[in-house]
Design a protein around this ligand. Structure first.
Ligand SMILES: Nc1nc2c(ncn2[C@@H]2O[C@H](COP(=O)(O)OP(=O)(O)O)[C@@H](O)[C@H]2O)c(=O)[nH]1
Ligand SMILES: [Mg+2]
Length: 220
């Protein structure tokens, strides 16, 4: 017991990526989820950044490691390494800007081509607080999601509406894929790491992910 704040106080790590056009609110969604705050003057993301938060699904503690696209979306040059090993992909558009919705099929093509077949893709219509400026209806986006086998929700990174649900529901889906055997944890690039019970102490036996502590230095 008593490992409440220990670095290994979780059983799994799930890697997520957030994709979508610039300005749709990806960085703000990440901040709302990790810090429960809206960063109104979010500077443009520079360099690859990620945030983490530990959540619980079916009694298991899971560390979400969420990567933010880092401004490269402008050039559509988000690299393969960014997508690789993502267990979840949050694909975001802005409900007040139809162009961001129109680009979804090309984001989806990238996501499908560059992730593994089990990656859970969640469609997010962000800025639901700006309903008076709405340019894409809920029903239209829901239909697109259904046709493409995606989960869908509208969110507001500003008010927090729907944000928890989007991140948590993705984790629930990934976890159920692990449980029913459709996601093979041993496969390279599954996007999931399973950790042994947090009994052993500090030496960084598991290396890789934990050098940065709880959060990255996301500047946004
Ligand atoms: N009203 C409103 N503005 C938002 C919301 N999410 C983000 N924004 C604003 O949209 C702009 C772009 O957000 P940002 O997170 O930087 O987008 P990114 O380029 O996709 O990372 C910023 O000015 C944010 O303040 C939201 O849910 N509601
Ligand atoms: Mg950003």
């Amino acid at each position: 017991m008593s490992t409440a704040s220990g670095p290994y106080n979780y059983s799994y790590i799930f890697k997520y990526i957030i994709i979508g056009d610039m300005g749709v609110g990806k960085s703000c969604l990440l901040h709302q989820f990790t810090d429960k705050k809206f960063m109104a003057d979010c500077p443009h993301t520079i360099g690859v950044e990620f945030g983490t938060r530990i959540i619980e699904v079916s009694g298991q503690k899971i560390k979400l490691q969420i990567w933010d696209t880092a401004g490269q979306e402008r050039f559509r040059a988000v690299t393969r390494s960014y997508y690789r090993g993502a267990a979840g992909a949050l694909m975001v558009y802005d409900i007040t800007r139809r162009s961001t919705y129109n680009h979804l099929s090309s984001w989806l093509t990238d996501a499908r081509n560059l992730t593994n077949p089990n990656t859970v893709i969640f469609l997010i219509g962000n800025k639901s607080d700006l309903d008076s400026q709405r340019d894409v209806t809920y029903d239209e986006a829901k239909q697109f999601a259904d046709e493409n086998g995606l989960m869908f929700i509208e969110t507001s990174a500003k008010t927090g509406d729907g944000v928890e649900e989007a991140f948590l529901e993705t984790a629930r889906r990934i976890f159920s894929n692990i449980q029913d055997g459709s996601l093979d944890l041993n496969a390279a690039e599954s996007g999931v790491q399973h950790k042994p019970s947090p009994v052993l102490s500090s030496t960084n036996a598991n290396g890789r992910q934990d050098g940065s502590g709880n959060r990255s230095d996301c500047q946004c």
